[in-house]
Write a protein that binds this ligand. Structure first.
Ligand code: FAD
Ligand code: SF4
Length: 333
């Protein structure tokens, strides 16, 4: 690990001003950044600690729920409002990491955690995300956990966050603060970038911007489900995950929002899949059609070919559960 300067910021204004110096990174819970620094994957010269800033709080407003960037994953998962109205988010958080990690991990840090591609963490290997232009060791290497959708010939890494998959299905927005007091809101759908030929640029966040909060629109009475398929029952990242918000009316699907994890470089959502479901009565044929649309452009890399049938089966199981007539509200998250 390399030496670095440490600054504990007392206010957002101070933190943003400190971040103007090149080579500075914010540190929140540190559960990802410190690992990356130990491996020398990230080598910031200065850390600005934002953990004491006034960025906490889970507040209900007319526009929905406002979640401060420093709210811990544990606090968010346990919040009574979240458990009651956004149970999908609570379940997704509890499916991630471990209790100890969730106590430290924050909302902002979870959104910005880096991929778990093994080659990204191994500085002896080529990696376009870590060292632009060096190549991609996962293409043609061992790529069991890698992407089947949205990847490029420069990078096939997946996005690791469970929380972000739930937030994508819930149509969340991210509030960003810039030096000089600028504030903007970005839909999560536009926050992450696909790798293309610049896999090292993962979000639309400017280098000196800070995540201040996540905003959730009010729920509309949907059934909410989060299903995560992984190698172990706990403490493992998703191979495939599905976050679903579905509303049934008169035996037909009236509203559908579905997001997928473990498949792509960002939490994945497909308007085609949702459009094909809305207005239809649930059936195995319909679920199959939805999976066809989701996986139309899917491309395995060898070791991860199994994700294509796994995603199909997981989607069908989630849709069957969400549309079952005996589905009891509150039991389905
Ligand atoms: C063993 C292990 C297992 C895990 N399993 C899972 C899992 O199954 N599912 C899952 O989703 N996650 C999992 N995680 C990841 C964990 O959830 C993340 O490490 C955590 O959410 C990151 O939050 P943090 O506050 O610690 O971020 P930090 O490590 O402090 O920061 C991460 C990044 O975000 C930036 N950052 C942080 N806050 C802000 C902000 N407000 N504005 C701008 N930039 C910011 C930092 O500069 C850094 O680049 C696991 C982690 C470990 C170590
Ligand atoms: S998949 Fe992406 S993160 Fe992994 S080695 Fe290739 S370029 Fe690096």
């Amino acid at each position: 690990m390399r030496a670095f300067d440490y600054i504990r910021a007392g206010s957002c204004k101070e933190a943003l001003a400190e971040a103007e110096t090149p080579g500075t990174a914010f540190i929140a819970g540190g559960t990802n950044l410190l690992d990356l620094m130990k491996h020398e994957v990230m080598t910031p010269a200065r850390l600005v600690d934002i953990s004491r800033l006034d960025l906490g709080g889970i507040t209900l407003t007319e526009a929905g729920l406002r979640i401060g960037a420093m709210v811990s994953n544990s606090e968010l998962a346990a919040d009574p409002l979240v458990r009651r109205h956004w149970p999908l988010l609570s379940r997704a958080l509890l499916a991630g990491a471990s209790g100890q990690l969730r106590n430290k991990a924050t909302t902002g840090g979870n959104l910005l955690q880096r991929t778990r591609c093994y080659y990204f963490y191994d500085t002896a290997m080529p990696c376009n995300k870590r060292a632009p232009g060096s190549g991609c060791a996962a293409i043609g290497g061992f790529n069991r956990i890698h992407a089947i959708l949205g990847a490029s010939d420069q990078c096939i890494a997946t996005h690791p966050s469970d929380m972000a998959v739930a937030l994508r299905a819930l149509s969340a927005e991210v509030e960003l603060l810039a030096p000089g007091g600028g504030r903007r809101q970005v839909p999560l759908a536009e926050f992450y970038r696909l790798p293309g030929d610049r896999p090292h640029v993962e979000t639309v966040l400017e280098p000196r911007e800070m995540v201040a909060a996540v905003l959730l629109p009010p729920p509309e009475g949907e059934r909410q489900i989060y299903r995560k398929v992984r190698d172990r029952a706990s403490y493992a990242f998703a191979l495939v995950s599905v976050a679903a918000c579905l509303r049934m009316e008169g035996g037909r699907i009236a509203a559908a929002a579905l997001a997928f994890g473990g498949l792509a470089p960002m939490p994945w959502r497909s308007a085609e899949v949702e459009g094909a479901l809305i207005g239809e009565a649930p059936s195995a044929a319909l679920f199959d059609h939805a999976a066809d649309l989701l996986l139309e452009g899917a491309q395995g890399q060898g070791d991860n070919d199994f994700k294509i049938p796994l995603a199909r089966r997981t989607l069908a199981a989630v849709l069957a559960e969400a549309t079952a007539e005996d589905c009891l509200e509150g039991d389905r998250a």
